[in-house]
Design a protein around this ligand. Structure first.
Ligand SMILES: [Cu+2]
Ligand SMILES: [Zn+2]
Length: 187
């Protein structure tokens, strides 16, 4: 099963699809080049296509605020990263590739040679209700398509939720184990 770019869109465009009337249709002109969205929302699906929550990326003064909302995910801490390819092929999501890393660094915020652009500073903890939420401001990614660390570099990227915690120092993925859920970043 493949989740393609249709799963992801700017907040305004998504809201219009869902019939929410109060959002502004500021980027509705079809012929103009797509503007940089202020915020995007990326739905996460698990290996059987079930809903695993979503991640929002919002441009803020100091960088990009990433808010991870996990649902129906196993209790405990989970590594979450931006991966390099805009592909989420279930069930193993291997096609998402490695961590988004245009700066050519190593894995983890505790790695002296780190970190990958797509790393988060810590894991996201899921409670006994199978929900978890965490926010981080990253300076290593950008929503601007023309930026060297753009989330649209090479046609897009993806977000992957892993089985285990991220140790923030071990290449290539912080010993975070299998890939539980994935969402394509494309806007
Ligand atoms: Cu990952
Ligand atoms: Zn990494």
């Amino acid at each position: 099963m493949r989740f393609n770019g249709l799963m992801v869109c700017g907040v305004a465009a998504c809201a219009m699809t869902m019939g929410v009337g109060q959002m502004q249709a500021q980027d509705a002109a079809p012929a103009a080049p797509a503007k940089t969205p202020k915020e995007i929302k990326v739905p996460l699906k698990n290996s059987t296509g079930g809903d695993s929550g979503y991640v929002t990326f919002k441009t803020v003064k100091k960088g990009v605020k990433v808010t991870v909302h996990l649902e129906n995910v196993a209790f405990g801490p989970h590594g979450v990263h931006v991966h390099e390819h805009a592909v989420c092929d279930a069930p193993d999501f291997k096609t998402a590739g490695g961590h988004f890393n245009p700066d050519g660094k190593h894995h983890g915020y505790m790695n002296a040679d780190g970190h990958h652009n797509g790393d988060l500073p810590s894991s996201v903890t899921v409670g006994e209700d199978h929900k978890g939420e965490a926010s981080f401001v990253l300076t290593s990614i950008s929503l601007d398509r023309s930026a060297p660390n753009s989330l649209m570099l090479n046609g897009g990227t993806s977000v992957v939720v892993h089985e285990h915690a991220d140790d923030e120092k071990t290449d290539p993925s912080g010993n975070s184990g299998n890939r539980l859920a994935c969402g394509v970043i494309h806007y």
